[in-house]
Design a protein around this ligand. Structure first.
Ligand SMILES: *Cc1c(COP(=O)(O)O)cnc(C)c1O
Length: 403
């Protein structure tokens, strides 16, 4: 295997597309697609750290027409990404093909930016509804909107009494075209929780009274709770990017999208009783071969101690020993043949041999945090670009293209 020259994050857009299609198939009844809209995609936080440009372009190419971001600026970035690398006519076609929804909604002072960019706010309270209605009136045209009702998460969305008042008197919605009525599940991935069922009941009731828009409740985990949660439109995030939708459900049905590999920088043989790394927190218990690899907490490999942490070298699990530094980790590679580990040998931090949910569990966190913390120091290599430029499947090429 050629030497790995630098840390590389490989993002497999074909696997992303395959995950999108498999979620879409999951919505189908025995009789075919039924009434479900194509799944929306959550591309907030730079598409969970994967790079919103290539991700959004590929998802739109797969038939995804609804993209959600958290912030206004993220929405502008998605628009720019969709227009990037295509002619003006095609850019307009892509923009027309995909609606971009902003979860934070229309904050005071952002009205003009939202309107001129053609972004669609998720209206989270009566103030936002009034604000967006006012913008529609001032512009003398109907404006698209999403209504977010809180059904028990108590984070963002119209509180129950406010939603009830709006349902009773819908004049506040004059001038708005409500495309979607949504709510968000707080405990979809909590085994045995009865909260999802209570939220579903509450959501159905308020949606019926509002009587407009596509009904949308399920995130990735919600999709796997069963068909009653699918309603008109689902909003997966982490499952698209390879995360297990339900952590307890055993082997993930999703394909691995992100692989992180980094080269060994130095190898040394040390005697028993040698201390390793900052704070001398690790002491070898026998003659040990240590490989120092080029990845650290600046690359999202958390420093918090107390957990075993493993990487994969040549398909073999090896423990990380001592503290994680900013740029480096020390790996005990004693189990491998001496000539199997040399400077340039690839250490897999995340990927087919180090599954996202296992890495997250070892780090005491969730897959979403692992992905969004990856940082910007990796050379990124996108496989299966929508425009048909395949990258080197192993990410070992001396000059992997980046986007
Ligand atoms: C982030 C988010 C999702 C997607 O959640 P996943 O668990 O990543 O699938 C769906 N809906 C809302 C409102 C969100 O904020």
């Amino acid at each position: 295997m050629p030497a790995l020259t630098r840390p590389i994050a490989t993002i497999d857009l074909d696997a992303l597309a395959s995950n999108y299609r498999s979620l879409r198939r999951r919505l189908e009844g025995p009789g075919g697609p039924g009434h479900h809209a194509a799944p929306a995609a959550m591309v907030k936080a730079d598409a969970y750290g994967l790079g919103v440009g290539p991700v959004a372009r590929r998802l739109v190419a797969e038939g995804c027409t609804r993209l959600f971001v958290a912030r206004l600026d993220e929405g502008l970035a998605v628009q720019a990404a969709l227009a990037q690398g295509v002619g003006p006519g095609r850019a307009r076609a892509l923009e027309a093909a995909a609606q971009i929804y902003v979860l934070d909604g229309v904050l005071p002072g952002t009205e003009d930016e939202m309107v001129s960019a053609g972004l669609i706010p998720v209206l989270n309270d009566q103030g936002q509804v009034e604000r967006w209605g006012g913008v529609a009136a001032a512009n003398e045209r109907e404006l698209a909107a999403v209504l977010h009702v809180d059904t028990g998460m108590t984070r963002l969305g119209m509180p129950p009494d406010e939603a009830d008042r709006l349902a009773d008197d819908q004049t506040l919605l004059d001038g708005l075209s409500v495309e979607i009525v949504m709510s968000h599940l707080a405990s979809a991935d909590v085994t045995g929780s009865d909260q999802p069922a209570r939220q579903l009941e509450r959501f159905r009731a308020i949606r019926r009274r509002l009587g407009r828009g596509l009904a949308s409740l399920a995130n990735s985990a919600g999709i796997f709770l069963g068909p009653e949660y699918h309603l008109d439109l689902v909003r997966p995030g982490i499952a698209l990017y390879g995360g297990a939708p339900l952590p307890e459900a055993g082997i993930s049905p999703m394909e691995t999208v992100v692989t992180i590999e980094t080269p060994v920088v130095q190898v040394q043989e040390v005697p028993s009783g040698t201390v390793v790394g900052y704070g001398a927190t690790h002491r070898t218990e026998g003659p040990t071969r240590l490989a120092t690899a080029a990845v650290g907490y600046a690359d999202g490999i958390g420093r918090a101690a107390g957990r075993t942490r493993t990487v994969s070298v040549g398909g073999q699990r090896c423990p990380v020993v001592g503290r994680v530094s900013m740029d480096l980790i020390s790996v005990d590679v004693s189990a491998l043949e001496p000539d199997a580990v040399v400077p340039g040998t690839a250490v897999q931090v995340l990927g087919p041999d180090r599954l996202l949910e296992d890495v997250a569990a070892e780090a005491g966190t969730i897959a979403n945090e692992i992905l969004t913390q990856l940082g910007h120091r990796y050379r990124r290599c996108y496989l299966g670009d929508p425009r048909g430029q395949a990258g080197d499947p192993l990410g070992h090429s001396p000059q992997p293209h980046s986007h």
